[in-house]
Design a protein around this ligand. Structure first.
Ligand code: SF4
Length: 92
């Protein structure tokens, strides 16, 4: 089974209106965020036409990679989702 097929088995419970990953809009063009477009395993980051980066964390796997990569930039607010929300991993 391919990794994409395994990831597709995960489920996500999104807490509407309270994303657990947010970008500071004044810092949405920093290089570390642009790198996340290629690094995030869930494809949550996209670069817009004006060269800024947006995040849609609905499919976030809570791996913490973006938190580490961007920790010195101050561009990202990152926390685990509220209890009962976020990714629900299915193993096997
Ligand atoms: Fe992507 Fe991981 Fe950051 Fe979630 S925690 S947005 S999966 S890099």
């Amino acid at each position: 089974m391919k990794i994409e097929e395994k990831l597709y088995q995960n489920r996500y419970r999104v807490f509407e209106g309270e994303p657990h990953v947010c970008i500071d809009p004044t810092k949405a063009d920093v290089e570390a965020l642009k790198a996340m477009v290629n690094i995030c395993p869930a494809g949550c980051y996209v670069e817009t036409e004006d060269g800024k980066v947006e995040v849609v964390p609905d499919g976030c796997m809570e791996c913490g990679t973006c938190r580490i990569v961007c920790q010195d930039t101050g561009a990202l607010q990152w926390g685990y989702p509220r209890g009962g929300y976020g990714v629900l991993f299915k193993f096997g």
